[in-house]
Design a protein around this ligand. Structure first.
Ligand SMILES: NC(=O)c1ccc[n+]([C@@H]2O[C@H](COP(=O)([O-])OP(=O)(O)OC[C@H]3O[C@@H](n4cnc5c(N)ncnc54)[C@H](O)[C@@H]3O)[C@@H](O)[C@H]2O)c1
Length: 254
């Protein structure tokens, strides 16, 4: 899939968790396609670095520090985005407790209550808070695209991180329900469910085998694979699609 440059010209995109990993790849790709991008993250320095890099490459971006679990900060993020760019067309709810902000990988009864609650506060409440903050802008425009990031672990289960998998499962029901509520306002809400994405530039053979185990396609997923799907799902090319979950997982779960 190569939607081509300019597909998102004039659009304003907020990407949460865009200072690192996949969110950074999404921010860069959306900017390449013409969107003005709000790089929102808990990691303020990382967000500034990503926004500056986009600027150096000829794109438009601003960094906004945010904890998506904090309602006031999330409102401030949307206000800052609208103040700078005048509108908000796209929200990618990518921020999560996952790698950069890590989690315990232990049996279900060894997770602390505090860690369970923080997981839900960031991965689930954060998704809701960000939608709540940007939807008024989208409603005024009569159009908007929201893309929530789930995980294919939510489709097939995955041991020793039940709080994470439960949070990503919640994102699926959230997506379908919000799509039903916002469809009449012209706002589309979809989700992606990535499989294991290789972030190492030179993975060991063992790591490659682990990443592709269970896939029907032999190639491991890399961030570019996800970024092109993200562009499609936030662009007008996908306007008839809402309430859907797209598994980008090499056929690991069908
Ligand atoms: N990498 C994979 O293999 C994979 C697979 C399935 C799903 N995912 C999902 O994709 C998304 C990105 O994954 P990644 O691999 O880039 O992980 P990552 O941990 O590197 O990136 C997450 C980003 O979110 C930010 N963040 C964490 N808590 C935050 C908060 N409270 N407020 C604002 N920002 C916060 C982090 O600073 C980081 O920049 C996550 O939602 C993850 O669950 C990733």
């Amino acid at each position: 899939m190569n939607p081509g440059p300019g597909l998102l010209d004039g659009r304003v995109a907020v990407v949460t968790g865009a200072a690192n990993g996949l969110g950074r790849a999404y921010a860069r790709r959306l900017a390449e396609r013409g969107a003005s991008v709000v790089v929102a993250d808990l990691d303020e320095e990382g967000a500034q670095h990503v926004a500056a890099g986009i600027g150096r490459e000829g794109g438009t971006a601003m960094a906004v520090p945010v904890d998506v679990g904090d309602g006031a900060l999330v409102e401030a993020m949307a206000t800052a985005a609208a103040a700078r760019f005048g509108r908000i067309d796209i929200l990618v709810n990518n921020a999560a407790i996952f790698l950069t902000v890590g989690m315990s990988r232990v049996p279900f009864d060894e997770i602390s209550i505090a860690e369970w609650d923080r997981m839900m506060a960031v991965n689930v409440r954060g998704t809701w808070l960000a939608c709540r903050a940007v939807v008024p802008h989208m409603r005024r425009q009569g159009y908007g695209k929201i893309l929530n990031v789930s995980s294919d672990t939510a489709l097939k289960g995955s041991p020793n991180r039940i709080h994470y998998v439960a949070s990503k499962s919640a994102v699926l029901g959230f997506t379908r329900t919000l799509a039903a509520e916002l469809g009449p306002s012209g706002i589309r809400v979809n989700a992606i469910a990535p499989g294991i994405v290789l972030s190492e530039p030179e993975p060991t053979e063992a790591r490659y085998a682990q990443a592709t185990a269970g896939q029907v396609l032999p190639a491991a997923l890399v961030s570019d694979d996800l970024a092109d799907t993200v562009v499609f799902l936030v662009s007008p090319a996908s306007d008839p699609i809402t309430g859907q979950v797209v598994a980008v997982n090499g056929g690991g779960y069908m």
